[in-house]
Ligand binder design. Structure first.
Ligand code: FAD
Ligand code: SF4
Length: 469
C-alpha cells in the first residue's frame, strides 16, 4: 500500500454470521498487514501522536519496531507505560486521541495506531512462553501496603504501577469477577474475555493481590483500611449508577438500564436458559441513547435473537456520541436508527410489562453547552412505537456508597469525587481517586491515565511521610 494511501482495513467477521455469535468482530492484522501499516508512519521527530495518548506510549518507537519485524520488542515498548495494551488496542477511541494528532490525518487517514498496538500485544501473547515480569524497582518499598478499591482499568493501573515500583498492593473488588466495565459492560464480541483475563493475570504476576466479593463501604470502610496498616487508599469505583429518564412508566417490567442489561448478559448469561436469571428474548427492543453503551446494548440484543432492535435518539446522526465504527457495525448487523425522536412515556399492559413507547418528534435548535445542537420538541408530534423490551442507556454517575460512608470526602453535587488533578489525592490525606468515580463515565484510557497520576501521587505521599529519598 502506498505511503500516503489509505490505512489497512481491519479484517472482520461477516455481519450475517457474527450477529449469531459472541465471537470477536474484528479479527486483527496479519503480519503482512501490520508491517505495511507500520510503513505508513512518517516517524515524525516531534511525535505529535504521543501527546494524544493519555498514558504517553512512545508510539513512533513501537511502530518502528513492528516495521523491523520485532513484534515482541514493540509489545515491550508499549508495556513500559501501558499495562493493558491488548485492551486499549481494541476499545480506545483512538480516532479522538493519538490518531487525531497523527500528521497523516491532515492529508487523509492516520496511521492505524490502535490496530498496530493490538497486533503487537496479541503477537506477544501468542508467541511468548510466559509473560516477562519486571523486577520491582525498589524492593525496600514492599513493607508499605496500598489498598485499591475497585478492579476496573483505573484500579488495575494504579496497582500495576505501584507493584512495579515495589509496593505491596491489594485490590478489593465488589463483584466476584475482575475488570469492572471491561467485563460486565463491554461485550465479548468487542473484547474477548481471554484477553481481559490475560491482562489481569499480568497485573497479578507483578505481585498484586486481588480480593473479590468485598464491598468497601459495606464490608468495611475506607477509613478502616487506613487504620489497619494501609499507607494509602485509591478509590477507583467507577460510575455504576444509571441516569434515568424520569418519565411515566419507567418502572414497568421489561425496562432495563444499559448497565443492568449488559451485566445480565455478560456476567450472568441471562440469555441462556440454563442460567438462573433468565431474560425474555425481545420481539421488539428499543434502546434509548446513542453512546457506546447504547450500541453495545443494541448489538447484544441482536445477538440473543431479538426480532427487531431500534436505537431511539433525540438528536441527529451527526451528534451520536458513539464511535463511528460502532455505529457502522451496529447498522451492518441490522440495528435500526430512529433519530430526532424522544420518549414521552412508557405504556404498560395489564400485567405491568412494557408494550409501547409514546414518543415525540424533535428538531435541532442552537448548540448547547456540549457544543451539540439542542433537540427541541415538535409540539403535537406524539406517536406510538411498539416495544416489549426497552433499554435506557443514557450514561452513568458514580455510585453513592463510598461518598456516603467516607467522612470528609468532598464530592461534586452529581457525585464525582473531587481530587487534586496533579496528585490524584482527595480531600482526605492518604486517600486518592481516579477514573469514572471522579469524572463520571469516560474512557478506559482516561481511567488508566488517572491511575498513573495517582500511582505517582501515592508514591510521593508515602515517600514524604516516611522520609524516603
Ligand atoms: P470501572 O470500570 O467501572 O471499574 C470500577 C470497579 O469498581 C468495578 O469493578 C466495580 O464493581 C468496583 N466497585 C464499585 N464500587 C465498589 C465498592 N464499594 N467496593 C469495591 N469495589 C467497588 N470506554 C472506552 O474507552 N472504549 C469503549 O469502547 C467503551 N465502551 C463502553 C461500553 C459500556 C457498555 C460502558 C458502560 C462503558 C464503556 N466505556 C468505554 C467506558 C469505560 O469502560 C469506563 O470509562 C472505564 O471502565 C472506567 O474505569 P474505572 O476503573 O474508573 O471504573
Ligand atoms: Fe507516525 Fe502519525 Fe505518530 Fe507521525 S504522528 S510518528 S505519522 S503515528
Amino acid at each position: 500500500m502506498a505511503r500516503g494511501g489509505p490505512r489497512n482495513k481491519m479484517p472482520q467477521q461477516d455481519a450475517a454470521k457474527r450477529v449469531q455469535n459472541f465471537d470477536e468482530v474484528a479479527l486483527g492484522y496479519t503480519e503482512e498487514q501490520a508491517i505495511d501499516e507500520a510503513e505508513r508512519c512518517l516517524n515524525c521527530k516531534n511525535k505529535p501522536c504521543v501527546a494524544g495518548c493519555p498514558v504517553n506510549i512512545d508510539i513512533p518507537a513501537f511502530i518502528q519496531l513492528i516495521k523491523a519485524g520485532d513484534y515482541s520488542g514493540a509489545s515491550e515498548e508499549i508495556k513500559k507505560t501501558n499495562s493493558l495494551p491488548a485492551i486499549c488496542g481494541r476499545v480506545c477511541p483512538q480516532e479522538e486521541q493519538c490518531e487525531k494528532l497523527c500528521i497523516l490525518t491532515k492529508k487523509g487517514e492516520s496511521v492505524a495506531i490502535g490496530r498496530l498496538e493490538r497486533f503487537a500485544a496479541d503477537y506477544e501473547a501468542a508467541h511468548s512462553t510466559g509473560e516477562s515480569v519486571p523486577e520491582p524497582q525498589n524492593p525496600e518499598l514492599a513493607k508499605y501496603s496500598v489498598a485499591v478499591v475497585g478492579c476496573g482499568p483505573a484500579g488495575l493501573t494504579v496497582a500495576g504501577d505501584l507493584a512495579k515500583n515495589g509496593y505491596s498492593v491489594t485490590i478489593f473488588e465488589a463483584l466476584h469477577k475482575t475488570g469492572g466495565v471491561l467485563r460486565y459492560g463491554i461485550p465479548e464480541f468487542r473484547l474477548p474475555r481471554n484477553i481481559l483475563d490475560r491482562e489481569v493475570k499480568y497485573v497479578e504476576s507483578l505481585g498484586v493481590k486481588i480480593i473479590s466479593d468485598i464491598i468497601v463501604g459495606r464490608t468495611f470502610r475506607v477509613e478502616d483500611l487506613l487504620r489497619n496498616g494501609f499507607e494509602a487508599v485509591f478509590v477507583g469505583t467507577g460510575a455504576g449508577a444509571p441516569k434515568l429518564m424520569g418519565i411515566e412508566g419507567e418502572n414497568l417490567s421489561g425496562i432495563y438500564s444499559g448497565n443492568e442489561w449488559l451485566t445480565r448478559i455478560n456476567l450472568m448469561r441471562a440469555h441462556r436458559e440454563e442460567y438462573a436469571t433468565p431474560i425474555k428474548i425481545p420481539t421488539r427492543a428499543c434502546v434509548i441513547g446513542a453512546g457506546n453503551t447504547a450500541m453495545d446494548c443494541a448489538r447484544t440484543a441482536m445477538r440473543i435473537g431479538s426480532e427487531e432492535v431500534t436505537i431511539v435518539y433525540r438528536r441527529s446522526r451527526a451528534e451520536m456520541p458513539a464511535r463511528g465504527e460502532e455505529i457502522e457495525n451496529a447498522e451492518e448487523e441490522g440495528v435500526k436508527l430512529m433519530l430526532l425522536t424522544n420518549p414521552k412515556r412508557f405504556i404498560g399492559d395489564e400485567k405491568g410489562a412494557v408494550k409501547a413507547i409514546e414518543c415525540l418528534k424533535m428538531e435541532l435548535g442552537e448548540p448547547d453547552s456540549s457544543g451539540r445542537r439542542r433537540p427541541v420538541t415538535v409540539e403535537g408530534s406524539e406517536f406510538i412505537i411498539e416495544a416489549d423490551t426497552v433499554i435506557v442507556a443514557l450514561g452513568q454517575n458514580p455510585n453513592p456508597l463510598i461518598r456516603s460512608t467516607t467522612e470528609g470526602l468532598e464530592t461534586e453535587s452529581w457525585g464525582g469525587i473531587i481530587i487534586n488533578e496533579e496528585t490524584g489525592m482527595t480531600s482526605i490525606p492518604g486517600v486518592f481517586a481516579g477514573g469514572d468515580a471522579v469524572t463520571g463515565e469516560a474512557t478506559v484510557i482516561s481511567a488508566m491515565g488517572a491511575g498513573k497520576i495517582a500511582a505517582e501521587g501515592i508514591d510521593k505521599y508515602i515517600r514524604e511521610k516516611h522520609g524516603i529519598e
